[in-house]
Design a protein around this ligand. Structure first.
Ligand SMILES: [Zn+2]
Ligand SMILES: [Zn+2]
Length: 161
């Protein structure tokens, strides 16, 4: 099992490199940065001036990987999902694809991006949301909640050890 990172549109290469390095440490899984693809304009909502997370997941699922692994899209564009003003990321539960947005992470981007990436990848490994606010699988609605959680799983979710 590996994690592949793909950038959707242009993404700061230092941020990607740090994310790959940090994800390897937390998940104890090999992480490879694949490169960049253009963000499909079909995913863009003119009305909301944001990209649809669900559409991006569909788009990612069409990408063929030659090795068994999870695919994490990273974008600097702002994302939304139905019923939510914005999302930090979204994933397919127990499937392959996940996406995170760096758009609202501002400073502390390294640790915040790591938390959101671990969270979304946790969903692809079948994990659901956790009530424990310090667990990386707790749902974050704003940056305070992102900052309140750690980048690691609580003992209940610690499937990697
Ligand atoms: Zn979640
Ligand atoms: Zn937990």
């Amino acid at each position: 099992m590996k994690v592949f990172i793909i950038s959707l549109g242009s993404v700061d290469s230092v941020v990607l490199k740090n994310l790959a390095e940090d994800l390897e440490k937390v998940l104890k899984i090999d992480v490879t940065i694949l490169g960049s693809i253009t963000l499909s304009e079909e995913a863009y909502s003119l009305e909301r001036e944001q990209y649809s997370g669900d559409f991006i997941l569909k788009y990612l699922s069409r990408i063929i990987l030659l090795e068994n692994g999870k695919l994490l899209g990273v974008t600097e564009e702002d994302l939304y999902a139905k019923g939510l003003n914005f999302i930090f990321g979204i994933a397919q539960i127990s499937e392959r694809n996940a996406v995170i947005s760096l758009n609202r992470l501002k400073d502390k981007i390294r640790e915040r991006a790591l938390k959101e990436a671990v969270h979304e990848l946790g969903h692809t490994f079948g994990l659901l949301h956790c009530e424990n606010k310090s667990c990386v699988m707790s749902f974050s609605n704003n940056l305070d909640e992102v900052d309140a959680k750690s980048s690691d799983f609580c003992s209940e979710h610690n499937f990697l050890r």
